[in-house]
Design a protein around this ligand. Structure first.
Ligand code: G3H
Length: 533
């Protein structure tokens, strides 16, 4: 496999070219874009190009490598803006927070082209998916506003419960530390950060290790649309920034999309971990289960999509496939052929298989394959495991021993173990023992076979996909997981709930005069009957 394509030559649209490196020297704290004069972190693309006949990663630019002190300044700014819930932002009328967010979305849309371009160059997301990540995020944020209005309307009422008059609203929690993943560096961070802000919280946001530059075109919009300190954005390493922030004990919510090792390590830094609300989207090992009466062409199509979209770097990817022994041979033949037919290349031309952004990832994939092969597996597709630069062609392993890392761990990349089963109990026992519990896919054309499998899976995972691969969307649906796969639920509506707490104002019905006076005199933002349309 060859990949040393001069990167700019692979472009379809000249607008996708990186004409010069992007050196971003600022960070956002307390409403100001501070100029950073300290260490910078270089950013390289996973794409390699030929320089004087030698392959080299394309240099994309640099971003600040901030230190502990800047992280703590960001935290202070967020605390000041929250001010124990008495700051301007958490006490502001909902309509004003909505207006700020609407302004932000409009400004964000203006940066679409550059963000999409950087999604391709920094993390090699193919163009179609990069565009989708951007538009999906914008839609999510617009839908969030609609849901927030609905939540607010629900709170604009007073109930009489056994003689107690109560007005219940959802209120903010405090300061949110928001950390995102590299695979959806825009979508998954903004879909927690902005709902959190809209609910009246304030935040410190640190972008992921990869996919940093693509956030930088949005810093001015954050500065201009939200009051000082509401959103603070720092660049650098988690150990240097996030850990000291947690150690202060002043973080109220940890919003992290990543893995449980990082979230556990951070929570353990907090002196009072019980005080931290955790909103976590973590690792998964979603299985596909192919029953003997499955439509195999459909199962293959969905497994190709499920296992290999964005090179398997999705928490929702299919990461282990169980196939019934009666159809195993035919399934594997078709799955191998369909996998080998996938296009490979750079993201600009919409190749399905693209370079992997994480350093050492190709070697990590090779190690999974080597161990599985030593323990009896074969790579069943002809192109499986071929490499070129940071590209690793998807490898299907069969038969896979349960005594392998690829069976136990989340591979988050283009290797997929296949396991044959005869009795569904074997599959269910594995799922019960697994550390993960996000989703599963079941393939069958027989409703009487499907029904019992659904009933066994629904108490092990949080979404069972019938004759379809696993996925998060549509974003209005609850997205969560059991065990080490998630804490809290995300969806357009659920995110607003996750970043808030029910709070009520109550009085006995015999003493309602004061409350009536507060409402009718418009003396309180919380105790108001304003109805947002
Ligand atoms: O990485 C995990 C993402 O939430 C998956 O989302 O199923 O839309 O690719 P997706």
């Amino acid at each position: 496999m060859t990949h040393a394509i001069p990167a700019q030559d692979a472009l379809l649209d000249p607008k996708d070219a990186m004409t010069e490196p992007l050196h971003y020297t600022k960070y956002l704290v307390d409403g100001k874009l501070h100029e950073w004069r300290g260490d910078m972190a270089d950013v390289y693309s996973p794409i390699r190009t030929l320089v004087d006949g030698a392959e080299q990663p394309v240099y994309l630019g640099s971003a600040p490598d901030l230190k502990r002190e800047q992280g703590l300044e960001a935290l202070d700014a967020a605390r000041k803006a929250y001010d124990f819930g008495r700051g301007d932002w958490p006490t502001m009328p909902a309509a004003e927070r909505i207006a700020a967010m609407e302004k932000f979305i409009d400004r964000m849309v203006e940066q679409r082209e550059i963000v999409v371009k950087l999604l391709m160059w920094e993390i090699c997301k193919r163009k179609k998916d990069a565009v989708k990540e951007f538009t999906r995020t914008v839609e999510y944020l617009r839908d969030t506003i609609t849901e927030y209005k609905e939540l607010h309307r629900e709170g604009s009422s007073i109930q009489n419960v056994e003689g107690t008059l109560a007005q219940i609203r959802r209120g903010p929690l405090g300061v949110v530390l928001c950390l995102g993943p590299y695979n959806y560096p825009l979508n998954e961070t903004f879909c927690v950060l902005l709902p959190a802000i809209l609910m009246g919280n304030t935040a410190v946001f640190k972008p992921a290790k990869y996919g940093v530059l693509l956030i930088t075109p949005l810093l001015e919009a954050f500065r201009d649309c939200f009051p000082p300190g509401v959103v603070n954005i720092v660049f650098g390493r988690g150990r240097e920034l996030a850990a000291p922030i947690m150690q202060t004990g002043q973080v109220d919510v940890l919003a992290l999309i990543g893995n449980s090792k990082s979230s556990n390590a951070l929570i353990s830094q907090h002196p009072k971990p019980n005080r931290v609300r955790q909103v976590l989207g973590l690792e998964a090992k979603n299985p596909a289960i192919i029953l003997p009466d499955a439509d195999l062409d459909l199962a293959v199509k969905e497994c190709v999509k499920g296992a290999w979209s964005y090179n398997g770097q999705r928490c929702t990817a299919l990461k282990v496939i169980y196939v019934h022994k009666y159809v195993r041979r035919e399934f594997l033949e078709k799955f191998a052929a369909a996998t080998d037919a996938l296009s490979v290349g750079l993201p600009f031309r919409d190749a399905v298989i693209t370079p992997l952004p994480e350093r050492g990832k190709v070697e990590a994939m090779q190690a999974y394959v080597t161990e599985a092969v030593e323990k009896g597996a074969e790579v069943v597709n002809a192109k499986g495991g071929e490499t070129a630069g940071a590209i690793f062609f998807p490898a299907i392993l069969f038969p896979t021993s349960r005594d392998t890392a690829i069976f136990r761990e989340e591979q988050f990349g283009p290797v997929c173990p296949v396991i044959e089963f005869e009795d569904l109990e074997e599959v269910m026992a594995d799922i019960a023992e697994s550390d993960y519990g996000q989703q599963a896919s079941v393939f069958s054309q027989d409703p009487s076979a499907m029904g019992p499998v659904i009933d066994q899976l629904v108490n092990q995972v949080c979404r069972v996909n019938l004759n379809a691969s696993c996925q998060r969307g549509p974003d209005a649906l609850p997205f969560t997981g059991r065990k080490d796969s998630a804490v809290a639920t995300l969806s357009v509506r659920a995110a607003l709930r996750s970043f808030s707490i029910r709070t009520l104002v109550a009085c006995g019905e015999g003493r309602k005069n004061t409350l009536e006076g507060v409402v009718s005199g418009r003396h309180s933002t919380f105790s108001s009957m304003d109805y947002l349309l």
